[in-house]
Design a protein. Structure first.
Length: 230
């Protein structure tokens, strides 16, 4: 091989090496490692993100952790959710895909209640305010005037945005007006009278009410903003 041919041959060899290296780098850029983790949303009970349960959602009554002497049956306690006003009978929607774990009329204070269990997709955890994460959360809807029987029933699966009930006027005679009490729970607390009986059994709901609330609940607005639709 003469000098000219050897020179051309060297150029071709180094060009091939360069293209090979660039190609590997391109593959790594176009196919990042996190693409190999597929999110399985084939299970209808798996959450695909969260939305607010009412159009134009804006807390106008008691806010999360607001001091409230009427909550939880304690002399002094803190509000575990958010109160949002709306027209009587207006629709309330599921904030995410989930399984109905409670749906019935409770009493003249709580009205109709629906509680949904939400599971994160495999390999993914919900973000919680404060930096923690969770595989499951529960959304609770209080003071409703009725439950939508077409979509809601014990152990049934509801989809995000499906109607689950209607705005009610509870507690009667409280002066609070027509509103939805909405919660996001880190723990499934339902037993009889919801968090009231569960908390009293822990003997901490009235002794350390603010700590008990933050251990079991998160601010609904903050949580939904951190876990919007995928």
């Amino acid at each position: 091989m003469n000098g000219k041919n050897a020179w051309l041959f060297s150029i071709l060899i180094w060009s091939g090496v360069f293209l090979f290296l660039v190609g590997c780098a391109s593959d790594q850029t176009l196919i990042p490692r996190d693409r190999t983790t597929k999110v399985d949303l084939s299970n209808p009970a798996v959450s695909d993100g969260f939305d607010f349960p009412l159009p134009g959602y804006f807390p106008t009554g008691n806010r999360f952790l607001e001091r409230n002497v009427r909550s939880l049956g304690c002399p002094l306690s803190y509000h575990p959710g958010e109160d949002v006003a709306g027209p009587l009978g207006s629709a309330i929607y599921a904030c995410s895909n989930g399984t109905v774990v409670f749906a019935e009329y409770q009493n003249e204070f709580s009205g109709y209640i629906v509680i949904l269990e939400h599971a994160a997709p495999p390999g993914i955890r919900f973000k919680l305010p404060g930096g923690k994460t969770a595989e499951k959360v529960w959304s609770a809807y209080y003071h409703m005037s009725g439950i939508d029987p077409q979509n809601v029933g014990l152990n049934r699966i509801v989809k995000r945005g499906q109607r689950i009930g209607y705005m009610g006027d509870f507690p009667h005679g409280s002066g609070k007006g027509i509103h939805l009490h909405f919660e996001i729970r880190k723990v499934n607390l339902w037993e009889g009278s919801a968090y009231i009986s569960a908390g009293k059994k822990e003997h901490s709901i009235c002794k350390k009410p603010e700590e008990w609330i933050t251990d079991h609940f998160v601010c609904p607005s903050d949580f939904i903003r951190m876990n919007r639709s995928r």
